[in-house]
Ligand binder design. Structure first.
Ligand code: C5P
Length: 401
């Protein structure tokens, strides 16, 4: 399975491009997310519409498209994936990749990526055996690229020889060999809380906060991609359920705690939810009414249970690693250190959520990891990248990397 794995598929301009449509379909069937880049020449063979219909993602074609760059810059596109696959890898694109030429989106992404690279070459047999192609392929393989094919057989132009693109099932097998391993957290159960909680005032009104759940959901996806059986206890969010993750939907802090307790035992707990500190002590059972000039109701609040502290101090099922967040607007590290001690967790990911940072609801995050050993500042990263780094750090801490 490729559940939760993210593939960036570069489709270059060759007749074999039609086989890449089948590859996209099969990758999705196995649970992978597939983002595609089409070169200009590729668009002569397959259309962005057919590729986006099959991938259910938008297709990227242009380095200088302001819309594309606004939605996802080419550097992020190059790195927001677990594997870059080039199929078909034409002689032209192989040459550009080997020489570091970056004159369109596909070649720029190949230069900018730091992810593993799988090439499925497809070209005429004379082009394939040409000294320049062989040198360029050898260069890319020496730098760590993996090859799927090319195969021998009849070629599109009526000749026979080595140059046919590998079949979709062969490319898939190569992708699974590169990515489909059990993952460092296989056999472990991870519990993640995410999103806000809603605390009812009466049947129609509630107290809430601005948490989007993006960071918590990304963490659940990253832990699942690293092989952990993952339970996500989510407050109300606008996010779709993450594939490959068991999602328990809750509204209140009390329900969130009950769902977490029910999900135990867990080896790893990451509490990323923005749990309301207080609930209305006694929520009205009927809608509160405005009655004439009567004074506005005063809400009596009661403290909510602290889910992180409950898990971190759990008498019977304390997870081996408990991670919390500290969203602060001042004295970030001092507050995070205090929270580490007060809650009894192992790590705190501290983030500055001052107005203007755009962290609440945004796609980026800047965190400091605070643990007993000290403070580890992480650079500004996407929430997905923070999640992946956290999963990797967890694997290392549990001796799994
Ligand atoms: O105390 P504070 O809300 O700042 O702590 C934040 C951390 O504690 C987060 O990891 C959050 O998920 C967790 N928390 C919790 N239950 C609460 C309050 C906070 O799990 N009631």
């Amino acid at each position: 399975m490729l559940q939760g794995r993210r593939i960036l598929l570069v489709i270059a301009g060759g007749i074999a491009a039609y086989k890449s449509l089948e590859l996209v379909r099969r990758l999705r069937e196995r649970g992978a997310t597939v983002r595609c880049i089409l070169t200009r020449a590729a668009q002569e063979f397959v259309t962005p519409l057919s590729v986006s219909t099959l991938s259910r993602e938008r297709v990227f074609t242009d380095l200088f498209s302001l819309t594309d760059e606004h939605e996802i810059g080419h550097i992020r596109l190059a790195r927001d994936c677990d594997l870059v696959v080039v199929a078909p890898a034409t002689a032209d694109l192989v040459t550009k990749a080997a020489l570091g030429i970056a004159d369109d989106l596909a070649s720029t992404v190949l230069l900018a990526t730091d992810r593993p690279l799988l090439l499925a070459p497809a070209m005429n047999h004379v082009m394939w055996s040409a000294a320049s192609t062989q040198t360029n392929i050898a260069t890319l393989v020496a730098r760590g690229a993996t090859l799927a094919g090319p195969n021998a057989g009849p070629l599109a132009e009526g000749e026979t020889g080595i140059g046919r693109m590998a079949e979709p099932h062969e490319i898939l097998a190569a992708i699974e060999a590169l990515l489909g391993g059990p993952g460092p957290l296989a056999g472990l159960h991870a519990l993640v809380t995410s999103g806000p909680t809603h605390e009812p005032i009466d049947p129609v009104r509630y107290i809430a906060n601005r948490s989007s759940g993006k960071q918590g959901h990304a963490i659940a996806a990253a832990l699942a991609a690293a092989g952990a059986r993952t339970t996500l206890v989510s407050g109300p969010t606008r996010l779709a359920d993450t594939q490959g993750v068991a999602v328990l939907h809750v509204e209140t802090a009390a329900q969130m705690l009950a769902a977490c307790e029910a999900a135990l035992p867990a080896d790893i707990a990451v509490c990323a939810a923005a749990v309301a500190d207080w609930r209305v002590a006694t929520a009205a059972t009927q809608k509160l009414k405005k009655t004439g000039d009567a004074p506005a109701p005063v809400l009596q609040l009661a403290p909510n249970p602290d889910i992180l502290a409950t898990l971190a101090r759990h008498a019977r099922h304390r997870p081996r690693l408990v991670v919390g967040f500290a969203a602060e607007t001042e004295d970030l590290i001092a507050h995070a250190r205090a929270k580490l001690a007060k809650k009894g967790c192992d790590w705190i990911l501290a983030n500055d959520v001052s107005p203007g940072t755009g962290i609440f609801g945004g796609d980026a995050n800047t965190v400091h990891v605070v643990d007993a050993a000290g403070v580890e500042p992480w650079p500004p990263l996407s929430k997905d990248e923070v999640a992946r780094r956290l999963a990797a750090r967890i694997a290392t801490a549990l001796g799994r990397s």
